[in-house]
Design a protein around this ligand. Structure first.
Ligand code: PLP
Length: 389
């Protein structure tokens, strides 16, 4: 019998792997399942980006090992995008790390900064991959409740003093998965002050940075004066360009942290396939109308779903950003029992809030990841269960 190391046994089960398994098992019985459970964009990557990969894959330079830490043209492209979109200056050589999707960096940053006994401040509810990195670093988590009454922002005053004294790292994620809340400039100003006073590094997960509704563009943490001194932002092409399968992400900002992440990546990955790097640079440097179009599509889907849900008596504030809907479960259900009911009686897959932490209980998360007519059907199917109203 082969014994795994302790750090491996402390890893939680990958939440979405379990969810996908359940959905697939249901679909395999021939049922017409509508899957709004996983955050996997349903629309294709824009054509120009795919075409760029096709031609780039013929370049013999890319058939060799790529340069450690990525091609400079890609780092320049992301730096230019940040200048244009957020008026943030980034040095491509020292303030940009190329990652295999945001996910690798979100896990590795804990290994860069935490020793056993250190504390990481983690939003609850929050994206479960933050927990995995902390577990692999054999460090501890202190959860920061995100309450609806506080706009799903953490209350720094409420962090217990003994945890704060040992805290080295904090995750933030706006537009937020799963609550769909966005952060304001003043919240980020408060965050920089908090980080300076308490010597905590801020890891801002900006995976949904492109997706804000009702004409509001989400703010980047790096726009805040002093942000680069205390933190880093994780940025990814997965959601904004429908490129989840391409695995392209970045860590941007603090030079020392960029160097630490690069060091870890040198050992694990070398870098991404050059053709993918060229196509990713095309996404960032080329025309951006596909991003505006994507936001329009999600906004119409959001409105179609919420109109449908309001008609059956299921009311909740509309999402401000991200492509998720965070909806309260009805009386008499837990998030898991309600998700099970929707799967078993309506063939709809949603993510139970408890999967995102204790304070996710009482909610389910629905992704706007099906065409409008399917989302209307979601509301109709749930209406037929006669639970609301
Ligand atoms: N951060 C959040 C909040 C996410 O929801 C996701 C993906 O679902 C990621 C990061 C990971 O993105 P990537 O595809 O860049 O690894």
């Amino acid at each position: 019998r082969i014994e795994p190391a302790r750090r491996l046994t402390s890893l939680p089960e990958q939440f979405f792997a379990a969810l996908v398994g359940k959905a697939n098992a249901r679909a395999a019985t021939g049922r017409d399942v509508i899957n709004l459970g996983q955050g996997n964009p349903d629309r294709p990557t824009p054509r120009t980006i795919v075409e760029k990969l096709k031609t780039a894959s013929d370049n013999p330079l890319y058939h060799k090992y790529p340069p450690f830490r990525g091609f400079r043209f890609l780092k320049e492209a992301v730096a230019k995008r940040y200048k244009e979109d957020y008026n943030v200056d980034l040095d491509p050589d020292t303030e940009v790390a190329v990652l295999f999707g945001g996910k690798t960096g979100l896990v590795e940053i804990s290994q860069c900064l935490l020793n056993p006994g250190d504390v990481c401040l983690v939003p609850d509810p929050g994206y479960p991959d933050y927990w995995s990195g902390v577990a692999l670093a054999e460090a501890e988590m202190a959860f920061m409740p995100l309450l609806e009454s506080n706009g799903f922002l953490p209350d720094y005053e409420a962090i217990p003093a003994d945890k704060l004294a040992r805290a080295k790292l904090m995750f933030l994620n706006y537009p937020n998965n799963p609550t769909a809340a966005v952060a304001s400039r003043s919240f980020y100003e408060e965050t920089v002050r908090f980080a300076e006073q308490n010597n905590v590094v801020v890891a801002s997960d900006f995976a949904y940075g492109a997706i804000g509704y009702d004409g509001n563009r989400p703010v980047s943490f790096l726009e805040t004066p002093g942000a680069k001194d205390v933190g880093i932002e994780f940025y990814t092409l997965s959601k904004s360009y429908n490129m989840a399968g391409w695995r392209v992400g970045f860590a941007l900002g603090n030079k020392q942290i960029v160097e630490m992440l690069n060091l870890i990546q040198d050992h694990y990955y070398c870098s991404l396939f050059g053709g993918i790097q060229e196509a990713a640079a095309e996404a960032l440097a080329g025309p951006q109308h596909s991003v505006a179009e994507l936001v329009r599509v999600y906004e119409s889907r959001r409105d179609a779903l919420y109109d449908g849900l309001a008609a059956i008596g299921w009311h909740a504030p509309k999402p401000a950003g991200s492509f998720f809907c965070w909806l309260p479960v009805p009386q008499g259900f837990t998030s898991a029992s309600f998700a099970d009911k929707l799967l078993e009686e309506a063939d709809i897959v949603v993510a139970p809030g408890i999967g995102f932490g204790e304070h996710g209980e009482g909610f389910v998360r629905l992704g706007l990841l099906a065409p409008e007519e399917r989302l209307r059907e979601v509301a109709e199917r749930i209406g037929r269960l006669r639970i609301f109203g």
